[in-house]
Design a protein around this ligand. Structure first.
Ligand code: ADP
Length: 360
C-alpha cells in the first residue's frame, strides 16, 4: 500500500471556469482526508480527475511512484463510491458486488466467500439475492460500498455517498466507513458539503473554496485556528462572528474598537496587532457570554431564537451588524429583547482585514 499524491493540479473547463487552482495534497497510507466546501467549489472535479473521468489542465496524480495521469479509469485501480448508487438494476445485490471482481478474474467460489464476508461486515447478508429496486437507499449504498471494497483498490474516493440518505442511515453508514477505514488502511478521500461529516470522518480536513485550498488541518485546528475568514465563517454552525474594526491604544491601555463591539486587549495581543491598521475580530457564538453593564461589551437585539437540545442559539443585530450567540437551553428571552454580552478574550481570533488571513 502507498500514498496518493495530487501535485499542483489545475482544471480550466472550456468556457473559462477555473474549477481547481494549483491543488496539492498527499494522502498517506491508512489516512482518510475529507474535503469540504460549498457547492461549486471543485470537489467533484477533483475526484473525477483522480479517478480518470476528467482530464486535468495541468498537474499530476500519483499512487506511490506510479503516475496515474493519462491512464484510463480502469487501469488506475481506484474505487469511487458516488452519491447515487450506480448499481445495475438487472443484477442482484450479490451480482452487483461481484461485478468488479469478475472483471479482475477472481474464481467463483473465492468470489462467493468474499462477498459473504463483506456482506456480513456491512450487515446486508440477508439481501444478497434481492435486486436494487427491492432494497432501501441505505442498503443500496452498502452494496455499492461492498462492491468498491471487493475490487481491492489502491485508494477509495467517496463523492458525497451519504447525502441522499436520511439522517439516521447517514450516521450508521458513517460509522461503517470509519470501521472500514481502520480495517483497510487504504488512502481514502471523502468529499462532502456537510462539515459535520467531514469533521467526524477526516483524519485531516481540506476546506476548498472556488477551486482553491483554504486550509488543510486536523478537525480541531480547523475550528480553533481557522486560517482565514472564509474558514472561520464556513466551519461551525453557525460560523464564527466576524467584526471588522481596529486597534486603539492610549498609553498602556489597548482596545479593539468596532461599530458594534469594543473590548480590551492584552499587551501581547496589542503588540502583535500594532502593525495592522484594520483587523477583523473573530468570536465564536459560544465565546460570547451574557453580561450586564459595566462588563458588557456588545449589545444585540434578538431577531431569531433557535432552541436546540443542549443550548439555545440566538441571532442578534446591532446597528446592521448581525451576529450569533449561544446561551443555556432554558434561557428566557423573546424576539426584540436587547441582550448584553461580554467577549471571552482568550478565544478571540484576529484576521488581517485586507487579506483575510489569520494573524493570531
Ligand atoms: P462541487 O462538486 O464542489 O459542487 P464541481 O467540481 O462540480 O463543484 O464544479 C466546480 C466548478 O466547475 C463549478 O463552477 C461548475 O459550474 C464548473 N463545472 C463543473 N463541470 C463543468 C463542465 N463539464 N464544464 C464547465 N464547467 C464545469
Amino acid at each position: 500500500m502507498t500514498r496518493l499524491t495530487i501535485e499542483n493540479v489545475s482544471k480550466l473547463y472550456p468556457g473559462g471556469v477555473a474549477a481547481l487552482k494549483d491543488f496539492s495534497l498527499e494522502i498517506e497510507e491508512g489516512e482518510l482526508v475529507a474535503i469540504v466546501g460549498p457547492s461549486g467549489c471543485g470537489k467533484s472535479t477533483l475526484l473525477r480527475i483522480i479517478a480518470g473521468l476528467e482530464e486535468e489542465t495541468s498537474g499530476k496524480v500519483r499512487m506511490g511512484e506510479r503516475f496515474l495521469t493519462g491512464l484510463p479509469p480502469k487501469e488506475r485501480n481506484i474505487a469511487v463510491v458516488f452519491q447515487s448508487y450506480t448499481l445495475m438494476p438487472h443484477l442482484t445485490a450479490a451480482e452487483n458486488m461481484a461485478f468488479g471482481m469478475r472483471l479482475r478474474g477472481t474464481f467463483r467460489n473465492q468470489r462467493e466467500e468474499k462477498i459473504r464476508a463483506i456482506a456480513k461486515t456491512l450487515g446486508i447478508e440477508g439481501l444478497l439475492n434481492r435486486y436494487p429496486a427491492e432494497i432501501s437507499g441505505g442498503e443500496r449504498q452498502r452494496v455499492a460500498l461492498g462492491r468498491a471494497i471487493l475490487r481491492e483498490p489502491d485508494a477509495f474516493l467517496f463523492d458525497e455517498p451519504l447525502s441522499s440518505l436520511d439522517a439516521q442511515m447517514r450516521l450508521q453508514l458513517r460509522v461503517e466507513i470509519q470501521k472500514l477505514h481502520q480495517r483497510l488502511g487504504t488512502p481514502m478521500l471523502f468529499v462532502t458539503h456537510d462539515q459535520n461529516e467531514a469533521l467526524a470522518l477526516g483524519d485531516r480536513v481540506v476546506v476548498l473554496n472556488q477551486g482553491k485550498i483554504q486550509q488543510i488541518a486536523k478537525p480541531d485546528e480547523l475550528y480553533l485556528k481557522p486560517a482565514n475568514t472564509f474558514v472561520a465563517s464556513f466551519i461551525g454552525a453557525p460560523g464564527m462572528n466576524l467584526f471588522p474594526g481596529r486597534l486603539e491604544s492610549n498609553g498602556n491601555v489597548h482596545r479593539f474598537v468596532s461599530s458594534s463591539v469594543t473590548f480590551p486587549l492584552t499587551p501581547s495581543q496589542a503588540s502583535t496587532l500594532r502593525t495592522y491598521s484594520e483587523v477583523v475580530a473573530g468570536i465564536r457564538p459560544e465565546h460570547l457570554n451574557l453580561s450586564h453593564p459595566p462588563d458588557a461589551e456588545l449589545r444585540g437585539t434578538v431577531t431569531a431564537i433557535e432552541k436546540q437540545f443542549d443550548q439555545t442559539c440566538l441571532y442578534l443585530e446591532n446597528e446592521n451588524v448581525v451576529f450569533t450567540a449561544k446561551a443555556a437551553r432554558n434561557i428566557s428571552c423573546h424576539l426584540g429583547d436587547v441582550l448584553q454580552w461580554s467577549v471571552a478574550l482568550d478565544n478571540t481570533a484576529f484576521f488581517d482585514a485586507i487579506t483575510g488571513e489569520l494573524i493570531l
